[in-house]
Design a protein around this ligand. Structure first.
Ligand code: ADP
Ligand code: 3PG
Ligand code: MG
Length: 394
């Protein structure tokens, strides 16, 4: 990475403002249902504590759009973080108001303060310079460790870097290392598995990966747009009729580039969008009217599993079916199990894909599971991430 990290700058005894991505899923009672992103921030926070810093953390949670809404408070995160750090985290009742300022002033070296949800102020997403300046006034140095928010040019990711020396934390460094190495220097065969809901969400990723991979395996709802483009009926499956030409172009491009472009040969269809709906496996060209494709089929699982055995590097983005419903998570879980046992570099990028792997209990079998949803997609597309661009060069 050509950006400075916390290791490239003297932080001893400093006041440090740290942007984290604590945008974690919560249930209706504000219980955190997955603390992966909080755990991922610990190495940087612990390092700053070792350097005897005053650590002032900030993050967004959800999209409260400038309103102060209690259900979007970061208080549950402060609690969880205290537990994980084994030390009290002071929680501010506001972001840049009197309470935050006072608590920051009273903060001692080796202590941690968490500001309230940045998005309680519209100025955060507007990247307002005055707001960024107020945030910057909390620290002498800025550390960005919010990989999941690095694709947003907001006050706390981009604006603030105009007022403070800005370096990356260990999480951003790690994400760029794994995602970057896989893309730019993969051991071959290099294969990508792409699933998810829509072709239109993934056009950039498909195009970018077609330049790099040897094999592209398609699953998820986006497969039906390709089926339709091949002239098959797709019943009630999710299908983007305005993307048929694009689907054809992508398949042609794969041919031109000698990339093996694999589509499911069969699919599991259901009667209704319901976890317990009647279902059956049919050939890709034989989806009956009135049925909807929710997963890849048994034969596809077999063919994809065999192909993946040959891979040395695999990037996976997007579940291969409606993985929130158990009977349509079979494709995703079967392929996850196959990868778990493979001796290869295995990387997961994408919010729902990461959640599916966590749910299957296979997270520790993967080389790297990105904490970024949109950010990892944009990175795989080859786009520059403003939160990282803004950091000091090495
Ligand atoms: P990621 O977050 O990993 O990038 P996406 O957001 O693109 O993945 O897609 C995930 C969503 O797509 C999940 O909610 C999943 O249920 C849905 N999905 C995948 N395949 C299907 C399908 N065949 N029918 C309906 N929804 C599907
Ligand atoms: C995410 O969960 O992808 C990040 O925290 C960014 O959130 P956003 O899409 O609301 O900007
Ligand atoms: Mg998603």
């Amino acid at each position: 990475m050509n950006k400075k990290t916390v290791k490239d700058i003297d932080l001893k005894d400093k006041k440090v403002l740290v942007r984290c991505d604590f945008n974690v899923p919560m249930d209706e009672n504000q219980n955190i249902t997955d603390d992966t992103r909080i755990k991922a921030a610990l190495p940087t926070i612990n390092y700053l504590l070792e350097q005897n810093c005053k650590v002032i953390l900030c993050s967004h949670l959800g999209r409260p759009k400038g309103e102060v809404l209690p259900e979007f408070s970061l208080k549950p995160v402060a609690k969880e973080l205290s537990k994980l750090l084994g030390k009290d985290v002071v929680m501010a009742n506001d972001v840049v108001g009197e309470d935050a300022k006072q608590k920051a002033e009273n903060l001692q070296n080796g202590e941690v303060l968490l500001l309230e949800n940045l998005r309680f102020h519209r100025e955060e997403t507007d990247n307002d310079p005055e707001f960024a300046k107020k945030l910057a006034s909390f620290g002498e140095v800025f550390v960005n460790d919010a990989f999941g928010t690095a694709h947003r040019a907001h006050a706390s990711t981009e604006g603030v870097t105009k007022y403070l020396p800005a370096v990356s934390g260990f999480l951003i460094e790690k994400e760029l290392k794994f995602l970057g190495d896989a893309i730019s220097n993969p051991e071959r065969p290099f294969m990508a598995i792409l699933g998810g809901r829509k072709v239109s969400d993934k056009i950039g990723v498909i195009e970018s990966l077609l330049e790099k991979v040897d094999v592209l395996l398609i699953g998820g709802a986006m497969a039906y747009t390709f089926f339709k483009a091949m002239g098959y009926g797709v019943g009630d499956s999710i299908c983007e009729l305005d993307k048929l030409d694009l689907a054809k172009e992508l398949m042609q491009k794969a041919k031109d580039k000698n990339v093996k472009f694999m589509l499911p040969v069969d699919t599991k269809v259901g009667k209704e969008f319901d976890p317990n709906t009647e279902s059956k496996v049919v050939k890709n060209s034989e989806i009956p009217n009135g049925w909807e494709g929710f997963d890849i089929g048994t034969e596809t699982i077999k063919i994809y599993s065999e192909e993946l055995q040959k891979a040395k590097t695999i990037i996976w983005n997007g579940p291969l079916g409606l993985s929130e419903f158990e009977q349509f998570a079979v494709g995703t879980n079967s392929i996850a199990k196959v990868l778990a046992d493979l001796d290869a570099v295995k990387i997961i990028g994408g919010g729902d894909s990461a959640a599916a792997i966590e749910k299957a209990g296979l997270a520790d079998k993967f080389t790297h599971i990105s904490t970024g949803g949109g950010a990892s997609l944009e990175f795989l597309e080859g786009r520059k991430l403003p939160g990282i661009e803004a950091l000091l060069d090495k």
